[in-house]
Design a protein around this ligand. Structure first.
Ligand code: ADP
Ligand code: MG
Length: 258
């Protein structure tokens, strides 16, 4: 069964139609990118899938179940995960402690049980960190980690919730290009090996064309194209939508700017 099915989602803000009849699917293990110019409606669609925003009409189905009106926290428990930036206060904790906190909140054992919980979730936290290549940094404070490594910890935190669907809003923002490729390569391998569907928005076309299995292009709230990276790169309408930035579409797959 299809993991995520979005049917005819519509959202207006006053006279602005931020999403118009948006329909798409995400399968298990698939990386789907949503791209489009600023104001195209990417965050609006993203937030309707995550539950932060209510659609005017349309449906969001997870594993065939209607979650259109399900609250974000409940969606999370059903398997809709999201990467969040490690909060400033959490920088003083180690990588493992950050993941342990996530594990504690997922298992509803948060209040007053920090000390025993710390022991209980340690092993699992280190295992999650090893999945993102960060086991050796388990006891390093996040404030001492390189930015790209903090991003890996954020991914481990998201995996603590055992998501079926992972939402990543501009996951590589602020990263150097080599780090971007590494993080997204890692995300692809985790998504494929664990059958997690990933929906992400991204400005960097190298990241999109190098790592997405399929790409949706939004323009003024509407999907104007959907297809493989190669199909999207050659789409005339997409090229016009990106007029002035066409060279971004021409860079060969996998190649990053110096
Ligand atoms: P993107 O993420 O692609 O840049 P958004 O989804 O943020 O686009 O915005 C799509 C359109 O909806 C824009 O015109 C934006 O100004 C408008 N919009 C988004 N959120 C709101 C809001 N909360 N209130 C009013 N207008 C909004
Ligand atoms: Mg946005």
């Amino acid at each position: 069964m299809t993991l995520l099915a979005v049917n005819g989602l519509h959202k207006s803000f006053g006279s602005v139609v931020a999403a118009r009849d948006v329909t798409f699917t995400v399968e298990r293990g698939e990386m789907l990118a949503i791209i489009g110019p600023n104001g195209a409606g990417k965050s609006t669609v993203f937030n309707m899938v995550g539950g932060q925003l209510k659609p005017d009409r349309g449906q969001v189905l997870l594993d065939g179940q209607d979650i259109t009106h399900t609250l974000p926290q409940k969606r999370f428990r059903r398997g809709v995960g999201r990467t969040f930036q490690v909060a400033q206060t959490f920088l003083s904790m180690s990588a493992a402690e950050n993941v342990q906190m996530a594990l504690i909140s997922c298992t509803r054992q948060s209040t007053g049980l920090w000390i025993p919980a710390r022991e209980r979730h340690r092993e699992k936290a280190v295992e999650l960190l090893s999945r993102v290549g960060m086991a050796e940094a388990a006891d390093v404070h996040c404030s001492a980690l390189a930015y790209g490594d903090v991003k890996r910890v954020e991914l481990a935190i998201a995996l603590a919730g055992q998501p079926k669907l992972l939402l990543m809003d501009e996951p590589t923002a602020g990263m150097a290009s080599r780090e971007r490729a590494a993080l997204m390569g890692l995300t692809v391998s985790i998504a494929e090996s664990q059958g997690i569907g990933v929906l992400f928005t991204e400005h960097d076309m190298d990241v999109v064309f190098g790592h997405a299995a399929r790409v949706l292009v939004l323009l003024r709230g509407q999907i104007i194209a959907a297809g493989t990276p190669d199909e999207i790169r050659q789409d005339e309408q997409v090229r016009r939508a990106y007029l002035g930035d066409e060279r971004a579409l021409d860079r060969p797959k996998g190649m990053s700017p110096a």
